[in-house]
Design a protein. Structure first.
Length: 336
């Protein structure tokens, strides 16, 4: 490993912003020691140098918002990101364009590192990974197919929630479940596709934490990306995922209601394999599709599940007033 690489990585790991070696130098490291392709690209472009320093400052600001445990996690993630940056941008042509793209995305991630929901702070943890791609189709002119983000590599950007400064066993169970889910996503061995996974915190209450995940797989040479979305409804008091019986009382009535409404709400060009409400029922009753809101229960279907790609995703809302006869006390509490 060359000295410049050691110095730059060590600077980031220690959260340092050393004194500039030259008046007006904008990078967060000493450009007189730049030896690698990435360092030289940063030092040769004032805009990249400024972006490097801005990123170092954003990292410090993000770190200051977290607990000791959160800062440790952020530091490990930054090292992971730096390792990938050196690899993919060191081989990219031009390197500067690669670095600029990576810096823009990392800056955005650091600006949204954590958010508070009452007494609970949720940190945006991240996995930065890469695989050597067997399919390097760059989607040349005249061909159907999109270029890989970086030719020769399949990129993994996976965001997942973590309760910062977990204080209870329930907090730790939630964190473990979320990390396990993220690692499982990173284990996808499809080496000819880029994967981006993000999330939205829908709600946080003493009973449930509701997270909506959005995954996009972009196969190298594919005509379009493949988006997927699912809910992760976590019952805080039980330390587990939501079950149908947590929300609905025993009996078939609620299953029929969900199936009927979802079947009626299908797009006109829906999948002809679903021809009756009965055939819809197994899909409609899955809690991974359920998002609870002030107006009712929304049931989600991904592209290709109930229609062609052009139909997009489908969301069917069932009002609380229609659900009320079938709710358990816990389910009724969600409607408030």
């Amino acid at each position: 490993m060359q000295f410049g690489k050691i110095a730059w990585a060590a600077c980031w790991a220690a959260l340092c912003l050393p004194a500039m070696s030259h008046a007006g130098e904008q990078a967060s490291f000493d450009c007189t020691k730049a030896t690698t392709v990435v360092e030289k690209a940063i030092c040769a472009d004032p805009a990249l140098g400024a972006a490097d320093r801005a990123l170092a400052e954003a990292y410090q600001a993000a770190s200051a918002r977290l607990s000791d445990e959160g800062r440790s996690g952020l530091r490990d993630e930054q090292r992971q990101w730096l390792k990938r940056l050196w690899q993919v941008c060191g081989e990219a042509t031009p390197a500067g364009g690669c670095v600029a793209n990576e810096y823009r995305m990392r800056q955005k991630g650091l600006q949204t590192v954590a958010a508070s929901y009452g007494s609970v702070t949720i940190r945006r943890a991240q996995i930065f990974d890469m695989l050597k791609a067997s399919n390097t189709d760059e989607g040349t002119e005249g061909r159907i197919g999109m270029a890989p983000r970086y030719p020769g590599y399949a990129i993994r950007d996976i965001d997942y929630p973590q309760i910062d400064n977990p204080r209870t066993n329930a907090d730790r169970l939630f964190n473990a479940a979320m990390k396990s889910l993220a690692i499982k996503g990173d284990d996808n061995e499809e080496d000819g596709a880029d994967l981006t996974s993000g999330f939205e915190v829908v709600s946080v209450s003493p009973f449930m934490i509701a997270i909506r995940f959005e995954d996009t797989t972009y196969g190298h040479g594919s005509a379009h990306p493949w988006p997927q979305s699912f809910m992760f409804n976590w019952v805080v008091t039980e330390g587990r995922k939501l079950k149908p019986e947590d929300v609905f009382a025993e009996g078939p009535g609620w299953r029929k209601l969900l199936a009927d409404r979802c079947f009626a709400g299908l797009p006109e060009d829906h999948d002809q394999n679903i021809t009756t409400a009965d055939e819809m029922q197994n899909k409609a009753v899955e809690p991974d599709r359920w998002q609870f809101g002030k107006d009712g229960l929304t049931i989600h279907f991904d592209v290709y599940e109930v229609g062609p790609y052009t139909a997009g995703m489908s969301d069917i809302l069932i009002p609380w007033a229609d659900l009320k006869p079938y709710l358990t006390p816990a389910g009724a509490a969600l409607a408030r």
